[in-house]
Design a protein around this ligand. Structure first.
Ligand code: PMH
Length: 392
């Protein structure tokens, strides 16, 4: 049996489950995108939701080193967390911020998303003399989420941004709802709607951006002078149907690993886990893994395979909050590494395989990996850094 030594820093976390993030893959995914876009196009690395579960600070730092120009998050607190860790690069908050937070955002050099003149009036009252808030105006071209939906309102917002010295009109953007689908009709309608909105502007801000990963990977038209890259930076396809259309190979950055913590032999008729839903048909080796639904490894993954010594084996019985059981092909000692997502020998379990089992999208799978799971970062094939969120 092949025994793998991972040499983890045992003092930094005390539980044998971890997510491994390959920073070289993130770097490669960004440089491939930059090559595709060519010069003159800024790359906004989307690191919201703890960088889709990969770890905000480490991904942000890697993305910036790889040539990203801007970072994007969903909420102001996520941007402040990056500032606290020493990230000085520009950050755009894509979601709604409170006007009461305008002064804090301006102070921290954080750009905010705005789609309402009343918001600007309130925010201007909050800003201190001399402060300038960087504003990106959001246009709702068909996503139906947030954004300006008519030209008069856009003209009013642009007017206010020009009139008030406390604002800098830094960008205008929209977001596509269907750029990852084979049928491009709705995408084209959105593109036309955004183009129409741009015609009423009296001037162009520094950044005009619309494309997410899917649009950036497929089309040249929506690029203007910046793109917002999320899922493709993590090496995952924006959708299953888009996989055959990818212009370059993506490299999945995340793996999820654990170790056997208990191994026993059941005899015929003995059962496993809550509800006793799995019963041994004969003498069976059962291993226990220290990961459960509280870590994002949810109950629907019962029956999903994992890798041990390069072999696929099933999860048996119900997944518990912190543990689950697998059926082993024979005896393996406690301490043997088990791969839940990633490569082992010639076998591999992709994030997409787990997403298919869960009838969801790969985005949700990586975002669901809980804060209780430490992240370890690999760079130049070496363990670079460990992050344990619950001990931070
Ligand atoms: N821009 C905005 C405004 C977004 O909401 C997202 C992703 C991105 C860019 C990046 O998209 P990509 O990861 O497909 O490249 N937002 C979401 C979301 O709200 N739900 O799933 C993905």
């Amino acid at each position: 049996m092949r025994k793998k030594e991972i040499g983890l820093e045992t003092t930094l976390f005390h539980r044998d489950t971890w997510a491994e993030v390959n920073l070289d893959h993130i770097r490669k995914n960004i440089s491939s995108m930059k090559t595709r876009l060519g010069t003159g196009v800024s790359l906004f690395a989307v690191v919201k939701a703890n960088a889709y579960g990969h770890g905000d600070y480490e991904v942000a730092k890697t993305a910036l080193e790889a040539g990203a120009d801007f970072l994007s998050v969903a909420f102001l607190d996520e941007a402040l967390a990056l500032r606290k860790k020493g990230i000085t690069a520009p950050i755009l908050v894509l979601g709604v911020s409170r006007p009461e937070s305008a002064s804090l955002a301006a102070d921290q050099g954080i750009s905010v998303t705005v789609f309402d003149d009343a918001w600007l009036e309130s925010a201007s009252a909050q800003l201190k003399p001399g402060q300038v808030l960087q504003v990106h105006v959001k246009v709702d071209s068909g996503m139906g989420r947030i954004g300006i939906r008519d030209k008069n309102k856009l003209m009013k917002v642009e007017g206010l941004l020009k009139e008030k010295k406390c604002f800098n009109f830094q960008g205008i953007f929209t977001h596509f709802a269907t750029a990852d689908e084979l049928d491009t009709d709705y995408y084209e309608k959105q593109l036309a709607a955004f183009k129409g909105m741009l015609t009423v502007l009296t001037g162009r801000p520094d950044f005009v951006h619309a494309a997410n990963s899917a649009a950036s990977l497929r089309f040249a038209d929506p690029v203007w002078n910046a793109v917002r890259m999320g899922i493709a930076m993590y090496g995952l396809s924006p959708s299953v149907e888009m996989k055959p259309l990818l212009p370059y190979p993506l490299q999945q950055a995340i793996s999820l690993k654990t170790k056997l913590v208990a191994v026993k032999q059941l005899v015929k008729g003995e059962s496993v886990s809550y509800g006793a839903t799995y019963t041994a048909q004969g003498n069976e080796w059962i291993g226990t893994l220290p990961i459960g639904y509280a870590d994002g490894w949810i109950r629907k993954l019962q029956g999903q395979e994992v890798l041990i010594d390069g072999i696929r084996v099933p999860i048996v019985g119900r997944i518990c909050m912190d543990q689950c059981m697998i059926k082993l092909p024979g005896f393996f000692p406690a301490g043997t590494e088990v791969t839940l997502m990633g490569n082992d020998g010639d076998e591999s379990i992709t994030v997409d395989e787990i997403a298919a089992k869960l009838e969801t999208i790969n985005y949700e799978v990586t975002c669901m990996i809980g804060a209780r799971v430490p992240r370890i970062y690999m760079k130049d094939h070496q363990l670079q850094h460990v992050r344990n969120f619950i001990l931070e």
